[in-house]
Ligand binder design. Structure first.
Ligand code: EPZ
Length: 423
């Protein structure tokens, strides 16, 4: 298994291009199942999760071509051969559940493997199933699979009230509702930019949607959808991650393609911590010129709150802040596994349930550490950038799921980092 060697190397400077969003692309790709006309996605990220979604769609009989070095995805599902999403693919990526709504809406049935366990939490899919039932589908769990069947004549409009905000269940319900007969209302819907991006793409395909980005989305079903070409929105989590690099090491870095509206709550926390964030013509410029970072308290929430997918990276920053910071993880019940690894680097962190108290230390020291999930892996790389000496992060296959060209991007701004090929 590959690992990444990082050596603390002082302030950073230069530019980092931000790719298209993994979490938008993973819901835009299944949208091809809603139409027999081609869907083209530009600004697609080159990640192992995108390759997994490609395999999944191809296993259903869809055509998926990666063009322009993988930044353009040409998708078509005019002749599906199956409506069954196999366990072998689904167990490697939970996002696979997002084929349920589109298959049910256009093909009237679907068999989707249940995703199984996840390192950061139980992550059930009950809200996805409830949403499909609200649109008239019969749902049955058998042999580790969801067996879904639409009523004769197809799904019908209905009211879906989410008891808690779920990004994935909102995306599945939205994709199911665009072909349902009549009107659907999603209440307490997720408001993430990835959902706005999905709605904009579906609208280009001919869907009738109002209210995306708010907690109430209204969809008027149509008989069929056409094709479209859509540019994937910027990856706000990759953006936030690289904004933290100069924050943690010092220096000034411009993140190309960055937008404040994608990360308002996060940018406010950086400002509170003494980090300057400035909009430029090309993106966002982040700088920490002098002095230590100030301690801040963080609570993770659904958008527009502080994103849970930046919690681990923010913890890495706060390890060397002046004072104590308290981080509350409100979305996932087991998302502090990076804390013991950061403590191997000399951090002082007390974790109690969903709360972590970080007592700022003068400096971190390099050490061998292990990645446990996608965002934890990159938080260890950020910590290594600021630590004295060498840090070796193992199990970086987690990283490849959500970050393209990490070594090249960080080297481009002066970081001392290399990938070590495993046996
Ligand atoms: C999406 O996951 C993202 N993944 C996650 O990013 C992100 O952390 C999460 O949203 C929250 O922002 C993708 O978009 C592919 P949820 P999703 O449904 O849709 C509970 C990353 O690092 N819940 O909003 O799976 C659930 O357990 C990944 O890129 C139910 O109880 O998240 C959680 O506590 C990690 N029942 C909460 O809701 C359900 O049916 C929010 O989950 C669904 C969810």
């Amino acid at each position: 298994m590959d690992s990444i060697l990082v050596t603390g190397n002082g302030p950073l400077s230069g530019q980092i291009p931000i790719a298209g969003a993994k979490n938008a692309c993973l819901t835009l790709m299944p949208a091809t199942l809603l139409s027999d006309e081609p869907l083209t996605l530009t600004n697609a990220p080159r990640l192992s999760d995108i390759r997994t979604m490609t395999l999944l769609l191809q296993s259903l009989g869809a055509e998926v071509q990666a063009l322009n070095d993988g930044q353009v995805l040409a998708l078509s599902s005019h002749a599906l051969t199956s409506t069954r999403a196999e366990y072998d693919i689904v167990r490697t990526m939970r996002a696979s559940i997002r084929v349920l709504g589109p298959l049910l809406a256009r093909h009237g049935e679907a068999q989707v493997s249940l995703p199984g366990g996840c390192a950061i939490g139980a992550r059930p899919v009950d809200l996805h199933l409830r949403a499909m039932e609200a649109l008239g589908a019969e749902m049955d769990l058998r042999d580790g699979y969801v067996h879904a069947k639409a009523p004769a004549g197809g799904l019908r409009g209905g009211v879906v009230r989410f008891p808690l905000v779920s990004v994935g269940a909102t995306e599945n319900a939205l994709m199911a509702a665009v072909l349902a007969r009549g009107t659907t209302v999603l209440e307490n819907a997720a408001r993430e930019p990835e959902i706005v991006d999905l709605a904009q793409c579906l609208r280009k395909m001919g869907a009738r949607i109002e209210g995306e980005g708010t907690s109430r989305i209204e969809i008027e079903g149509v008989d069929r959808l056409g094709g479209a070409t859509h540019r994937v929105v910027t990856d706000r989590i990759e953006l936030g991650t690289y904004m933290l690099a100069p924050a943690i090491c010092g220096g000034e870095v411009e993140c190309l393609g960055g937008r404040i509206d994608l990360l308002q709550a996060f940018c406010e926390k950086l400002d509170e911590a003494g980090i300057s964030v400035e909009e430029t013509a090309a993106g966002l410029k982040v700088a920490r010129k002098n002095g230590r970072v100030r301690a801040v308290n963080v609570v993770t929430e659904p958008f527009p709150g502080f994103p849970t997918d930046l919690q681990a990276q923010m913890m890495a920053l706060l390890c060397t802040a002046e004072g104590d910071s308290v981080l509350e993880e409100k979305i996932f019940e087991n998302r502090f596994m990076h804390a013991p690894e950061l403590m191997r680097m000399g951090a002082r962190i007390d974790v109690h349930g969903g709360t972590a108290r970080v007592r700022g230390v003068e400096a971190l020291r390099g050490a061998p550490v292990m990645a446990t999930d996608l965002r934890a892996s990159v938080s260890l790389i950020l910590a290594g950038l600021a630590a004295e000496g060498e840090t070796v992060v193992s199990r970086v296959y987690h990283l490849d799921r959500g970050y393209e060209h990490v070594v090249r991007k960080l080297r481009g701004v002066g970081a001392k980092i290399e990938r070590i090929k495993g046996e």
